[in-house]
Design a protein around this ligand. Structure first.
Ligand SMILES: Cc1cc2nc3c(=O)[nH]c(=O)nc-3n(C[C@H](O)[C@H](O)[C@H](O)COP(=O)(O)O)c2cc1C
Length: 311
């Protein structure tokens, strides 16, 4: 191979990343817990575990289970709360070049804007990612991300609260991801993250008990990659916002597939449970694979899929 190594830097609207590999929310703690196991310097970004206004204990166990092709979880959004994160974790993260995206969620409409306003003045935070797969307690538990009209207003309220880039994380369990993504754009979102976990279930035949205490839970890992790719492909083409692809990324060719489908970056989640270095290994492998494929940069491949039926 000759010539310079393919460039890894990518831009997603107002968000620039040194490379397109991030860790996914809830699978890498708040980042610092992994500092002794992984090389945080190499990552393009770290998306924190979901943060709420007040700390939450999460669901009772069992709340994770392995299934063929991935895992099920119902952690229940356990977290230390935004104030403890800002006071105790964020200063430690400032040492690393990886961009920090805070994943925010709430159970009431105003929670999201209040969280965004809290992080708005903090220079260590590159962007906010909204987890809208949460039940709205005021609307009988319907998820914010399932109702395009409500989502548009929600994102608009966050837009008024912060000048930071806003990523909205799409749920595969919503009726039409494109309609939801268009609503997010209308509300002022800068980026789409796709996808969150797929609702699933597993049962132990001996005890006849579901493997999760909540009976149902979120499926993640390689089993959901084709679903994620389809949604990335659809929203990247139809909505016109930069996309972060999430779902079953394990190998460098998984990254390439997401780039081709239209993602400008990817998040690695379940793969980190087996190997905490999985994300940084992808960063290391990517330039060689891009060169083999004749790409001069990662950005070069974004949306470069050649769908059948088109020239
Ligand atoms: C144990 C676990 C906890 C998660 N917690 C969150 C969370 O707090 N907020 C969120 O938006 N997504 C959360 N997710 C979803 C992941 O960020 C990601 O969207 C999903 O797992 C698909 O990616 P993967 O197949 O690479 O794991 C969680 C996933 C797992 C497995």
């Amino acid at each position: 191979m000759s010539g310079p190594a393919p460039g890894l830097a990518v831009r997603l609207g107002p968000l620039e990343l040194p490379n397109p590999i991030l860790t996914a929310s809830g699978t890498f703690g708040y980042g610092l817990e992994f500092a002794h196991l992984a090389d945080l310097e190499r990552l393009g970004g770290i998306v924190t575990k979901g943060l709420s206004l007040t700390p939450l204990p999460g669901n009772p166990p069992p709340r994770v289970g392995e299934v063929r092709g991935g895992m099920l979880n119902s952690i229940g959004l356990q977290n230390i709360g935004i104030e403890k994160f800002v006071a105790d974790v964020l200063p430690g993260l400032a040492r690393y070049p990886a961009r920090i995206l805070v994943n925010l969620f709430g159970y009431e409409f105003d929670d999201y804007a209040r969280l965004a306003a809290r992080v708005d003045p903090l220079p260590g935070i590159a962007a906010v990612e909204l987890n809208v797969s949460c039940p709205n307690v005021k609307r009988g538990g319907m998820e914010f991300g399932h109702d395009p009209e409500l989502l548009e207003r929600l994102v608009a309220s966050v837009r008024r609260a912060t000048g930071k880039p806003i990523a909205v994380k799409l749920s595969p369990n919503a009726g039409s991801p494109v309609a939801v993504a268009e609503a997010a754009r209308s509300g002022g979102a800068d980026i789409l993250s796709a996808i969150n976990t797929v609702l699933g279930m597993a049962i132990d035949p001996w005890t006849r008990r579901p493997r999760l205490h909540t009976n149902r839970g979120g499926l993640s890992g390689p089993a959901i990659k084709p679903i994620a790719l389809r949604i990335v492909f659809d929203v990247a083409r139809r909505v016109g916002l930069p996309v972060i692809g999430i779902g079953g990324v394990e190998t460098v060719d998984d990254v390439i597939e997401f780039l081709l489908a239209g993602a400008s970056a990817v998040q690695v989640g379940t793969a980190l449970f087996r190997d905490p270095r999985a994300a940084e290994k992808l960063v290391a492998a990517l330039p060689g694979r891009l060169a083999e494929l004749g790409a001069v940069s990662a950005a070069d491949l974004v949306g470069a899929v050649r769908p059948w039926g088109e020239a």
